[in-house]
Ligand binder design. Structure first.
Ligand SMILES: [Zn+2]
Length: 249
């Protein structure tokens, strides 16, 4: 490229996306004179889902801004909690995020997930069709124009992934109301109506409390829930149940 040269400063939170030699302070970028700032940012490796405010000489500009020679561009991370247009807040997770999907469901957050790899085009289409925020660690998927909204999942550890998403989107939490296996909603169930589905030991020891309205799976409280109770207690303790989003009527 042989066009205007701009100086560019990437926020520390976003430096993992750019080449090593651009991670320190301000670097020079030569643009082609016709590409938008959004394109320039994306071509450096930063998914636009992760870019917050774009500043030119300190003033916010839209992604459609065409950089001119000598401009100083700052790229900020997304503001947390992040606004997502359209309620309710729903997610779609890509194939590598099964544990995160189950934990979100445990907290009552609508988290669709296919354990089979249906491919990027199908995922992006589903995100658009169902207005779900696409969660992924795949930058190529997040670059697809069709997606409704998207977010890069920064950690590869489920505990950190969950805190990242709860902190970023502040969803309302409703623990124990959603099936961790299929994302269906749970309804109250009494032991008699589901006893045929339970093993004898389970029947004697536990009180059934819910059944999935979609797949029929039965949930009961028992000692093996201790680990899940801890996930719920930690999340509710740190983020509260209300979330930030006002429910729409
Ligand atoms: Zn289910």
């Amino acid at each position: 490229m042989n066009g205007p040269e701009i100086s560019l400063e990437v926020a520390p939170e976003l430096r993992l996306f750019v080449a090593h030699d651009r991670r320190q302070g301000t670097t020079a970028v030569v643009t082609d004179g016709s590409s938008t700032l959004g394109h320039v940012v994306e071509s450096l490796g930063i998914p636009l889902t992760e870019a917050g405010e774009l500043l030119v000489d300190g003033r916010p500009v839209p992604v459609s801004h065409i950089p001119a020679a000598g401009e100083h561009v700052g790229v900020r991370p997304v503001r947390r909690p992040q606004e997502v247009p359209g309620a309710p807040l729903r997610f779609l997770l890509d194939v590598h995020l099964g544990t995160l999907a189950r934990r979100l469901r445990l907290l009552g957050v609508d988290a669709a997930y296919e354990s089979e790899d249906i491919g990027d085009p199908a995922l992006a289409a589903r995100s658009a069709e169902q207005r779900r925020v696409m969660l992924s660690r795949d930058r190529g998927l997040l670059r697809r124009r069709e997606i409704w909204a998207g977010a890069y999942v920064y950690s590869d550890r489920p505990e950190e992934q969950l805190r990242d998403i709860l902190g970023r989107f502040a969803p309302a939490l409703a623990p124990w109301t959603r099936c961790t296996a299929c994302n269906g909603e749970l309804s109250k169930a009494d032991k008699d109506s589901v006893s045929a589905l339970l093993e004898e030991g389970t029947q004697a020891s536990y009180d059934v409390f819910a059944q999935c309205t979609a797949c029929g799976r039965v949930y009961w409280r028992g000692a093996h829930h201790a680990r899940l109770e801890a996930v719920v207690a930690d999340a509710v303790g740190e983020f509260g149940v209300a979330g930030r989003r006002t429910p729409t009527a």
